[in-house]
Design a protein around this ligand. Structure first.
Ligand SMILES: [Zn+2]
Length: 271
């Protein structure tokens, strides 16, 4: 059994960006039914469906209620922060208070993103730190988004270093030095489709040094498809392709990648 530890089912079924941050329509929910079924047929029996804003976090919760195999992560993505982030997080906290009922297994995705010009670093850090606090208060792992911002991301996490601090660096894309920093803070590395990209030698080398015990598998669907699907929408069923390429890289059987990454994810998210 495989676990997709980072997927956006509710974004996967939306046709355009304009449809984002709205409740799912009956047609979109029907489409989600198919995706979850197809994933199960491909051996993916647990999915952590990750929130990016207040409305999308609520969508994640409603899908977690709908499918036994789907769990919710709630939080605000650094690129989706607006002036209402504080009240949005207060509303998210109301759900956290009933985290078992809502199958909330992680806080995120949250972090720092300096990729696109015009980012507001002050606001990003403020919202990130608040979400770290919430993860610690509600004893949840964090799902971290860090893009072109390793320095800032790890600085924020350092401030909260404690035995309770834990989580995954989603779509890990730094070098081995930052991988060690992540591990020392209690995190594992989320590895997805980017491991299959021809130009990603640095990531492959970091993964080789880190080893299979500190890795979990993710698709980030509909984003970041594996090489053979580039330019198309990613899907949780492609977890197997990622596992295969990690197995080749580490020269171990794919079944071992499956068993160990699944165990690590189950332990981290308590699923
Ligand atoms: Zn994501």
């Amino acid at each position: 059994m495989f676990i997709d530890t980072h997927c956006h089912l509710n974004i996967l079924v939306k046709k355009t960006f304009e449809d984002f941050d709205a409740p799912l329509t009956p047609a979109e929910i029907q489409h989600t039914d198919l995706i979850v079924k197809e994933a199960a047929r491909a051996g993916i029996h647990k999915i952590v469906n990750v929130g990016t804003s207040l409305p999308e976090s609520i969508n994640c919760i409603s899908l977690a209620h709908r499918y036994p195999s789907v769990y919710a992560a709630v939080g605000i993505h650094p690129n989706d922060l607006t002036d209402t982030w504080k009240t949005d997080l207060a509303k998210i906290e109301e759900y956290l208070e009933k985290k078992e009922e809502h199958k909330i297994v992680a806080m995120g995705e949250c972090g720092v993103d300096k990729h696109y010009p015009g980012y507001n670093l002050h606001r990003q850090k403020g919202a990130f730190k608040r979400q770290i606090e919430l993860a610690l208060t509600y004893d949840l792992p964090l799902i971290i988004h860090s893009r072109d911002a390793a320095e800032e991301t790890y600085q924020c996490l350092q401030e909260f270093k404690s035995p309770q601090l834990r989580g995954t660096i989603h779509c890990f894309s730094e070098d081995y030095r930052w991988a060690q920093e992540a591990l020392s803070l209690g995190f594992v590395l989320g590895i997805g489709g980017t491991i299959t990209y021809p130009r990603n030698e640095a990531l492959r080398s970091a993964v080789k040094k880190v080893g299979i015990e500190k890795i979990i598998l993710e698709t980030d669907a509909p984003f970041l498809p594996p090489q053979f699907m580039r330019g198309k929408k990613n899907h949780p069923k492609f977890i197997k392709e990622i596992a295969r390429s990690i197995a080749d890289l580490l020269a171990i059987p794919v079944e071992e990648v499956e068993r160990i990454t699944t165990e690590t994810a189950e332990k981290l998210f308590k699923i």
